[in-house]
Design a protein around this ligand. Structure first.
Ligand SMILES: Nc1ncnc2c1ncn2[C@@H]1O[C@H](COP(=O)(O)OP(=O)(O)OP(=O)(O)O)[C@@H](O)[C@H]1O
Ligand SMILES: [Mg+2]
Length: 482
């Protein structure tokens, strides 16, 4: 009980309060100092150990927050996961016991990643953050529709977790994660070599294709037009957004085997530093499978579908309109609907390339204006093309046999692949070029014989070969965009 004499005066209460506040502040400052000193003095590996052993006692679930960043979100590649992986490779210290190390043939340096189960500590503006790579498995029953048998399958899901004190939630979401993304983008722009993904679930290999626009044997003017088209495309994000179009570009490459269609795709990828996704339509499970594969491709990539005339079901579009196809096949409708629809909403830089040896066999729906922006005819080797190949393979700009070779090339239908093969044969330059003259003369004799035979009606089924058509046919779509 307070009596009148022992009731503390207001001023003494205030004095006591400010003493307490000062003491609390002092304690907090000392604790902060100790914490900072400890983080500096205790090696990071020990911090991780302490955290992993005692973390469960100290980390109060009510104060800790954990973010889960999955590799895929809504069936799409999660860019934040990719970014975390790349970012954490810059945060590797001696505390981390397990790393994944690899080197691809064309990559200049080793690629080092943190292995799963390993914790990585990071600090950002005074916050402590703990990252960890984790893998979870889900059981799936896979039904074989042929004999209706079932088997158990496991799917691995990769993710990375990020834990921190709850009070940092806003700082992490508004500043730290954007910083992680920014670091990732900077590192990507200084880029590693181009990656090639084969039919999925996308596993990547580094594209070991040395093809560039410099090494391609093509008419210089056509080459320049393609490069300018690509340049224009990547610069035009705002334009595509303004006109409400998907930021994508479609190229149809057609021409006989060995004229450089696949080499041109590699040259485009190397030029833009885009990754390539090589999509084998025949192996895709239905329209749903196509959808999930294509949504799993990264931004700034080229999806290529080779030999489209040979791909299953592509001719098959019923008069009744878009059919949904049987369960296991991709229909042309699925493909076109996907290109038109899904990419319209994603606003990312995408290129799609179809290649074919027989443009005339394609469904006209694919050739309509608006489907593919540019049709590129890859044709037989020209004298210009030969000079590029000679310069690449033999490092020569001229030779006494050039005139004769160029005269033969003009008369013949010979592919750059055939000439490249001759130029790769061993020996000195004279031997190689003489070998090439011999090869071209033999080829001319054969072509004359074939012409005689077809002239006398012996080979009615002989294929006619496209020649001399103009290199680029730009469709209305291209005119609108340009
Ligand atoms: N235009 C070209 N310039 C330089 N090299 C070429 C060219 N065309 C073909 N080659 C050479 O021939 C090889 C095969 O060519 P490529 O695979 O690009 O032909 P393609 O047109 O895709 O053939 P296919 O229709 O059979 O797929 C290439 O690896 C390259 O060495
Ligand atoms: Mg090819």
């Amino acid at each position: 009980m307070f009596t009148a004499s022992n009731i503390p005066s207001t001023s003494s209460i205030l004095a006591m309060y400010s003493t307490f506040a000062a003491a609390a502040m002092l304690v907090r400052t000392i604790l902060n100092e100790v914490q900072t000193l400890a983080t500096q003095l205790i090696p990071q590996w020990l911090q991780v150990k302490i955290l992993s052993i005692f973390g469960q006692f100290f980390t109060n679930p009510t104060t800790q927050m954990t973010l889960f960043i999955k590799e895929h979100a809504n069936m799409e590649l999660n860019e934040l996961y990719q970014a975390s992986e790349v970012y954490l490779s810059t945060r590797i210290t001696s505390s981390i016991g397990q790393l994944q190390v690899s080197k691809a043939p064309r990559e200049k340096s080793l690629s080092i990643k943190v292995n799963r189960g390993q914790q990585v500590l990071d600090t950002f503006r005074g916050m402590d953050l703990v990252w960890e790579f984790v893998t979870t498995e889900t059981q799936q029953i896979i039904v074989n529709y042929e004999d209706m048998s079932g088997s158990n399958g496991k799917t691995e899901h990769k993710s990375v977790t990020l834990s921190f004190h709850k009070r940092y939630k806003d700082e992490v979401l508004n500043n730290y994660l954007p910083y992680v993304m920014e670091t990732f983008k900077c590192m990507e722009s200084e880029k590693r070599s181009v990656r090639l993904y084969a039919y999925g679930p996308w596993g990547s290999i580094n594209l070991d294709h040395p093809s560039t626009f410099d090494t391609l044997a093509m008419e210089p003017e056509l080459k320049r037009e393609i490069m300018e088209d690509l340049d224009r495309f990547v610069k035009r994000k705002d334009f595509y957004r303004r006109v409400g179009k998907a930021w994508k570009r479609g190229y149809l490459l057609y021409g006989p085997p060995g004229t450089g269609k696949s080499s041109l795709v590699a040259a485009m990828a190397n030029y833009l530093k885009f990754d390539i996704y090589d999509l084998e339509l025949a192996s895709v499970q239905g329209n749903g499978g196509l959808r999930s594969l294509l949504t799993g491709t990264a931004n700034r990539s080229i999806v290529v579908i080779e030999d489209i005339d040979c791909s299953a079901q592509l001719q098959d579009r019923g008069d009744a309109g878009y059919d949904h196809g049987s369960q296991n096949q991709v229909t042309l409708s699925g493909l076109l609907t996907f290109i038109d629809g899904l990419w319209s909403s994603c606003g990312d830089e995408r290129i799609i390339v179809f290649t074919t040896n027989h443009k005339d066999r394609l469904d006209p729906a694919l050739l309509r204006p608006g489907r593919m922006d540019m049709h590129i005819h890859m044709s037989y080797c020209s004298p210009n093309g030969f000079r590029i190949l000679a310069s690449n393979y033999l490092q020569i700009e001229n030779h006494r046999l050039f005139d004769e070779i160029e005269r033969l090339i003009k008369e013949l239908e010979v592919t750059p692949a055939e000439i490249a093969e001759e130029l790769m044969k061993g020996g000195d330059v004279d031997d190689v070029l003489e070998g090439l003259v011999g090869f071209l003369e033999k080829k001319r004799e054969k072509q004359m014989e074939l012409l005689d035979e077809s002239g006398s009606g012996k080979d009615e089924g002989m294929e006619t070969v496209e020649t001399g058509s103009k290199g680029v046919e730009e469709k209305a779509e291209m005119e609108i965009v340009s």
